[in-house]
Design a protein around this ligand. Structure first.
Ligand code: FEO
Length: 404
């Protein structure tokens, strides 16, 4: 990996091309990188973030190619998730004098992440400066971009912004800059997956973060995952893309997906009857039925997150909802779907727990569960289907109250 960004800024992170899942939930089809940077001033030297603890030995070697570890004065922690803070403990064992610069929330997290009460921590606030000699670190507070501890660091003399996860991407090539990417389409695909998993719950903070950097003169954005973004190549494109994904177009008409599984077609019949009831009540609603076993969960998650309200139905199989339903429920963005109106339904043979189990899961995520769920024993009769349509009408009336 080439390490020189500018005459005073060097990349010293490590590559992890083979990882296929990061942070338990993020697909990393193109691997990832744990970036870290050295900023050299005429008097002081700073390190920006560290790396995942498993890569410390390689990391140390990279840092020492640029600076003696004992000559590092500051460690800037823009964000402290362990993929960035994991190597701190070993680093401070080698140089206990390092002053760690972080946000107020970051200082609390670091104590619990390292279990080291002797860290030399200095809390920095928005617009505070640290002088390195002929280079200055300026801190920009950015809480919830994407943790409460998040901040950005700007080096004005080098027109370089350090953003940690923000504007980053799980993408690994043995090169450092965006203009060296060999598979742009794979990079853009990884950028979307990364945004969806890490930043989509925090869209308003992304918009606010972009507004905080809009007036900065930036030649390089150095994130802590993926390539360095340059003004002359992909920097504007990535910022505009993040901005677009954070401001989705609102549909005029209510979007009401109905997600279901169906073993013998009974739950499917109920789903169709409910959809008729919704459309009777809200003719302009866009009601779509999805048999979840036939779709990629991430596509369904997108439809769920964009919906005005949604319903989930499952047969009861061995006292439980069907497995694909639980997979769908595991992908819900609980932050942006909070208080969204939801209802549950399903057919059953003898015990019939699925509808209430699904409602319990949705309620625990703080969605607004409809007062009743709709269940039918075995095959729905004509009367059952009429009742299902009536259930859909009642659900739609409740939604109209929320929309008005
Ligand atoms: Fe790359 Fe939020 O850690």
């Amino acid at each position: 990996m080439k390490n020189k960004i500018t005459d005073s800024i060097f990349s010293v992170g490590v590559l992890n091309p083979n990882v296929r899942i990061a942070d338990v939930v993020v697909k990393t089809s193109n691997g990832t990188t744990y970036n870290s940077y050295v900023v050299k001033g005429s008097e002081k030297t700073a390190l920006i973030e560290t790396v995942h603890k498993d890569y410390f030995d390689k990391y140390l070697k990279n840092v020492e190619e640029i600076s003696d570890i004992n000559k590092i004065d500051y460690l800037v922690m823009n964000h402290n998730e362990p993929d960035h803070s994991g190597a701190i403990q070993k680093l401070v064992e080698l140089n206990p004098k390092i002053t760690i610069l972080t946000s107020p929330a970051g200082a609390i997290y670091l104590k619990n992440i390292t279990n080291n009460s002797n860290l030399n921590l200095k809390i920095v606030k928005n617009d505070e400066y640290i002088d390195l000699g002929n280079k200055t670190l300026r801190f920009i507070s950015a809480p919830f971009l994407h943790w409460p501890d998040s901040m950005l660091t700007y080096v004005e003399e080098e027109k370089t912004l350090f953003t940690c996860d923000f504007l980053g991407c799980h993408y690994c090539e043995p090169y450092g800059f965006d203009f060296e990417i060999t598979d742009k389409s794979a990079f853009l695909s990884s950028l979307k997956t990364y945004f969806d998993c890490i930043f989509s719950p925090f869209k308003k903070y992304v918009t606010s973060g972009i507004s905080k950097i809009k007036n900065l003169d930036i030649s390089f954005v150095c994130p802590s995952h993926g390539p360095v973004l340059t003004k002359d190549f992909m920097l504007d494109q990535v910022i505009e893309t993040y901005e677009k994904w954070s401001n989705p177009q609102r549909e005029e008409d209510p979007l009401i997906p109905i997600f279901y599984c169906s073993a013998y077609g009974n739950t499917k019949q109920i789903a169709k009857a409910i959809s008729r009831g919704i459309q009777n009540q809200i003719p302009n609603s866009k009601v779509s039925l999805y048999n979840v076993a036939e779709f990629d969960p991430s596509d369904l998650c997108d439809k769920l997150n964009k919906s005005s309200a949604f319903l989930v139905g499952s047969p009861t199989i061995n006292k439980d909802a069907a497995a694909p339903i639980w997979t769908l429920l595991a992908t819900i963005d609980a932050i942006n779907n909070a208080k969204k109106l939801v209802a549950t339904f399903g057919s059953f043979g003898w015990s019939g727990e699925a509808a209430s189990q699904i409602a319990g899961r949705l309620k625990s995520l703080k969605l607004s569960t409809f007062d009743e769920n709709f269940r039918v024993c075995f095959t729905p009769t004509e009367k059952d289907l009429e009742n299902a349509t009536e259930f859909g009408e009642k659900f739609a009336k409740e939604l109209l109250k929320n929309l008005n």
